[in-house]
Write a protein that binds this ligand. Structure first.
Ligand code: BGC
Length: 501
């Protein structure tokens, strides 16, 4: 009887704060996207280009990471050819034209321009490739949003420590300045760095991503500090030397899932907020407010002391560095895919392990009943998107936000991808609600991705494109999926349904 009562109360507590229930009878909005709202699609160099060693391109960490140990990719494929966009970029642009997007977000492969990573060896053929892409986009009336770094540091720089070496700040700034100079007149929006969390946590923490450095709770913080300084210096160079002549904008892309408290108990509510600070705030707070979030400084400092470190594992920024990083944005750029529930982890359960994850004193998990996509973590939780957007406004103020990635995977690449249409419809509906009802100032949406491409350690097992690419066909034809037509409808009608208000 007593345990029944407990279960009963647990259900009440859970349902009191669970977004699933809150949105149980949710209907897709018939409110339109405002006229100034722009739509784009995104890719990244390693995921689409292939031509990994063609025309003087240097090796980068993902080439090395996968060639060294093919098992690192679940289906043992590589990005050596990927969607072969190095040779077929015109096909990509044709797809974009067909969909009717306003802009294309893609990345430059650092080692295609600078094979060794430094500016004393510029690869003209690599430069020409990107000039051709820009010209093709321009000829088709599609604007360029360019990411300078989407996880592919040149291997020669990684051999010197990569993002753990303080010199990376200048290596990156020099590379950025070169790109502004070479390509500036074609680019409407610059993104310095894509998803620092994945670079540092997965690349220099767990080691699950290239370069595979395993240094949880230590290396990942050193990396984060350097990534932020590199971004800031590259942004300042743009601001001072290029902005007025080019008239373009520049920012960093930060990814975040939504973290929902598992119950409305104070400790879970607090844990969820701290988790958000460890995921998004870790990179956003220094850029939008200055310095690491207070809660991170406190947690990592306290746990480091208890673990016997003589100083916090979170390396401090100096006053000058705080000033350098603070304010280095033109708008907030967000990548978002999924949601987690969060419970507090108490007392002695932590911190036996040294890691960013345990430093947050929060445990996150996904619900079994949430629909899953091809990638394990990738559960479909549309309401989390709306909550995250409202939280961003509450936390960072009335700031302009552009969604720089959002999308869903499957394993087959089916052309009848109704699940992708449902995903887009429901996520964008929560986005519109956050705009109309929450006053969140979102001005653009970028779908990931225009074509199927190489999905990192999932290889070709996870497909996220609106155009199917058969990775075994040497010609890599792009074939429209139903979702491309749906996205095209949204763009031309500005409406998620057949018609809007
Ligand atoms: C990355 C993309 C990736 C996508 C889907 C994002 O975190 O920026 O490169 O393909 O997620 O997993």
């Amino acid at each position: 009887m007593f345990s029944n009562l407990l279960v009963f109360f647990a259900i009440i507590v859970l349902s009191a704060c669970d977004g699933d229930d809150e949105f149980a009878n949710y209907t897709i909005t018939d409110r339109p996207f405002p006229p100034h709202f722009t739509f784009g699609v995104a890719t990244a160099a390693y995921q689409i280009e292939g031509a990994w060693d063609t025309d003087g391109k240097g090796e980068q960490v993902w080439d090395t990471f996968i060639h060294e140990k093919p098992d690192r990719v679940s289906d043992r494929t590589t990005g050596d050819v990927a969607s072969d966009s190095y040779h077929r970029y015109k096909d990509d642009v044709r797809c974009m034209k067909e969909v009717g997007v306003d802009y294309y977000r893609f990345s430059i492969a650092w080692s295609r321009i600078l094979p060794n990573g430094t500016v004393d060896n510029i690869n003209t053929e690599g430069v020409n490739y990107y000039l051709n892409v820009f010209k093709e986009l321009e000829a088709n009336g599609i604007e360029s949003m360019v990411t300078l770094y989407h996880w592919d540091i040149p291997t020669d720089l990684e051999k010197q420590g990569g993002w753990l070496n303080p010199k990376v700040v200048d290596w990156f700034t020099d590379y950025a300045r070169l790109c502004y100079t070479l390509f500036g007149k074609y680019v409407k929006v610059w993104v310095t760095i894509n998803e620092p969390k994945q670079i540092c946590h997965s690349g220099y923490g767990t080691g699950g991503y290239a370069p595979g450095v395993v240094s949880p709770g230590v290396g990942e913080y050193v990396c984060a500090r350097h990534v932020l300084l590199a971004h800031a210096k590259a942004w300042r160079v743009f601001d001072k030397e290029f902005r007025s002549a080019l008239g373009s904008r520049n920012t960093i892309v930060i990814d975040s899932d939504w973290y929902e408290p598992a119950t409305n108990k104070e400790e879970d509510v607090v844990a969820a907020e701290i988790k958000r600070q460890f995921v998004f705030g870790m990179y956003a707070h220094p850029v939008f407010k200055g310095d690491w979030p207070d809660q991170m400084i406190e947690n990592v400092g306290e746990i480091s002391r208890r673990q016997g470190f003589n100083q916090s594992r979170l390396p401090a920024f100096s006053e000058e560095e705080i000033a350098l990083v603070n304010g280095t944005y033109d708008f907030l750029a967000l990548n978002h895919y999924t949601t987690y529930m969060v419970t507090a982890v108490k007392g002695e359960e932590y911190p036996k392990v040294v890691s960013w994850d345990t430093d947050s004193k929060a445990r996150s998990y996904q619900k079994d009943e949430w629909q899953t996509a091809a990638i394990g973590w990738f559960r479909i939780v549309p309401w989390g998107f709306g909550k995250l957007l409202r939280w961003l406004k509450k936390t960072y103020g009335d700031i302009e936000i552009v969604i720089t990635e959002n999308g869903v995977s499957d394993t087959t690449g089916t052309l009848r991808d109704q699940h992708r249409i449902n995903y887009m419809k429901s996520y964008m509906s929560h986005l519109l609600d956050a705009m109309y009802d929450g006053g969140v100032r979102v001005t653009g949406y970028t779908a990931w991705s225009i074509i199927d491409n190489f999905e990192w350690t999932q290889g070709n097992n996870a497909k996220l494109g609106m155009y199917y690419v058969n990775m075994s066909d040497p010609l890599r034809p792009r074939i429209a999926k139903d979702s491309s037509k749906y996205y095209s409808h949204i763009i031309s009608s500005r409406c998620l349904l057949d018609s809007c208000q």
